[in-house]
Design a protein around this ligand. Structure first.
Ligand code: HEM
Length: 487
């Protein structure tokens, strides 16, 4: 009896899953062949990353189709191949794609509910309030804080001839973001075992429990919500919530003001139109800045140094530009930073080759008729704009694995179709911290290149291997380089 029931259930499941995999073909949409049960993400975490699996689909269809249907396990999703369609989705037809489809739980896990994860009704007013936080004027005020912490990094590197670049730059980035978003001087560069570094690491750490939670929240979000399933690492979010509340209370009680994001958030809370914002809501934004801003900038700086150490001519050309600015009266300032054209090209090329967030995600919130076709993207579909695939498409970037900043001269940028370069996403949900991140990466690279010559050493892994279980494009192992003090 039991055996019969088990066999009937298995047959039912088999037929049901096969039926699910007809979803796109039934709608006339070109489809990448799914693997039973895993859809198009079989092997993710073991032999490839999510971005690799999207790239494989992209490469197979890029010369034939504008979009392709795929499956995340058994859930239908879509990969956008034509960048013109990406532009419609990200910008013009935003009202159909305003949501990133990321899980959050405002009730049981308040820090998970932030700009990154919010749906349109919560996101729109919040984004309007937060955007001025990142205006050029406000960011300019943070220049001195970042510049000072970067001097600590230079100091740390000057004591060694070989360094674990990825770990040291991660400590530096933690010092910056905890200073700016949480208003504390974490001094991780001086004390690598500090608490904030420990909990910062936990935000991204994937283990079997988190992978299971990720599976449940992405495949059955409503059920996960009603079961109160939490998306963040609870130890980390508990720590950051307490840190935030303690710092705000201390500043308010002692009338302390500083030029940082935290101050802008506190002012928002105390302003008339900010009356409805409570401390947990504000803490969730600082948490999002930490989560969105720490790993991304730290990996970008690391990748840039990794490439410069293998491309000595580019490194020398960059040093010439930087040293000229440093030797001028006034030295490195917010304004001279924006004048350094070659630095900008080098960083743009780094983000082209290594887009740390390799895709922009959107969930379709209303059935969407695809222009110039009779086809429709059904409501609820997760749509992937695969930035990494565009960045490595040889028809946009010939010889894509070569590191070549010349791709980013004004003339060469104009030659490429729009929306084929998306390291910060695009449209209304473009990275809110973009200008801040660009400033931080530029300050770090300018000061480091002026002070050191970077080279590969025995421990440098070439080619780089990536962490396949992370949705971000992060290195699998630490990156070591040798460095020679120049001044
Ligand atoms: C090199 C560094 C960075 C890269 C490559 C990067 C990349 C991105 C990307 C690709 C997105 C998604 C855009 C989309 O869906 O179209 C995003 C969103 C976001 N990023 Fe960044 N980011 C960086 C640094 C930062 C920093 C420093 C902060 C904060 C201080 C930050 C905060 C955010 C937030 C809050 C969002 C969500 C925006 C929204 O939905 O309104 N990011 N970022």
């Amino acid at each position: 009896m039991f055996l019969t029931l088990a066999i009937v259930t298995l047959i039912f499941l088999y037929v049901y899953i096969k039926y699910r995999y007809d979803f796109w073909t039934n709608r006339g949409i070109p489809t990448a062949k799914p693997t039973f049960l895993f859809g198009n993400i079989a092997g993710v975490g073991r032999t490839r990353s999510i971005a690799d699996s999207l790239k494989q689909v992209y490469d197979e269809f890029r010369e034939k189709e504008d979009f392709v249907g795929i499956y995340f396990f058994t859930n239908p999703a879509m990969v956008i191949i034509n960048p013109e369609l990406a532009k419609l989705i990200l910008v013009k037809d935003f009202q159909y794609f305003s949501d990133r489809g990321m899980y959050s739980n405002k009730i049981s896990d308040p820090l998970s509910h932030n700009l990154l994860t919010m749906k349109i009704d919560d996101w729109k007013p919040k984004r309007m309030k937060i955007t001025p936080t990142f205006s050029s004027g406000k960011i300019k005020l943070m220049f001195d804080i970042i510049s000072g912490i970067t001097d600590n990094l230079v100091d740390k590197f000057s004591k060694t001839s070989e360094a674990n670049i990825s770990e040291t730059v991660a400590l530096y980035s933690t010092d910056i973001i905890s200073n700016i978003a949480f208003g504390i001087e974490s001094n991780c560069l001086a004390d690598p075992d500090s608490e904030i570094r420990k909990y910062g690491k936990k935000i991204f750490k994937m283990n079997i429990i988190r992978i299971t939670r990720f599976f449940l929240t992405s495949q059955f979000p409503e059920l996960a919500f009603s079961l109160g399933i939490k998306a963040t690492n609870q130890e980390a979010s508990g720590y950051f919530l307490k840190l935030f509340i303690d710092t705000v209370t201390y500043r308010e009680e002692n009338n302390i003001r500083r030029n940082d994001f935290l101050q802008i958030l506190i002012d928002l809370k105390n302003s008339k139109e900010g009356q409805e914002i409570d401390l947990k809501e504000l803490a969730s934004e600082s948490f999002a800045f930490f989560g969105g801003g720490f790993e991304t900038t730290s990996s970008t700086i690391t990748y840039c140094l990794y490439e410069l150490s293998q491309n000595k001519d580019i490194q020398s050309q960059l040093r010439e530009e930087v040293d000229e600015v440093f030797s001028n009266e006034g030295g490195l300032t917010y304004d001279t930073l924006t004048d350094m054209k070659y630095l900008n090209m080098v960083i743009s090329e780094t983000l082209r080759k290594y887009p740390v967030i390799p895709m922009s995600l959107r969930r379709c919130t209303e059935n969407y008729k695809i222009p110039n076709t009779l086809l429709e993207i059904p409501k609820g579909t997760m749509v992937n704009i695969p930035a990494l695939s565009y960045h490595h498409d040889p028809s946009y970037y010939p010889n894509p694995s070569a590191f070549d900043p010349e791709r980013f001269t004004e003339e060469n940028i104009k030659m490429r179709p729009a929306f084929t370069y998306l390291p910060f996403g695009e449209g209304q949900r473009i990275c809110v911290g973009m200008r801040f991140a660009q400033m931080q990466v530029k300050i770090a690279i300018a000061k480091l290149i002026s002070n050191f010559e970077f080279s590969t050493c025995e421990k440098t892994e070439i080619p780089m291997k990536y962490n396949l279980s992370s949705p971000f494009m992060t290195p699998k192992s630490d990156i070591f380089l040798s460095l020679k003090l120049l001044k």
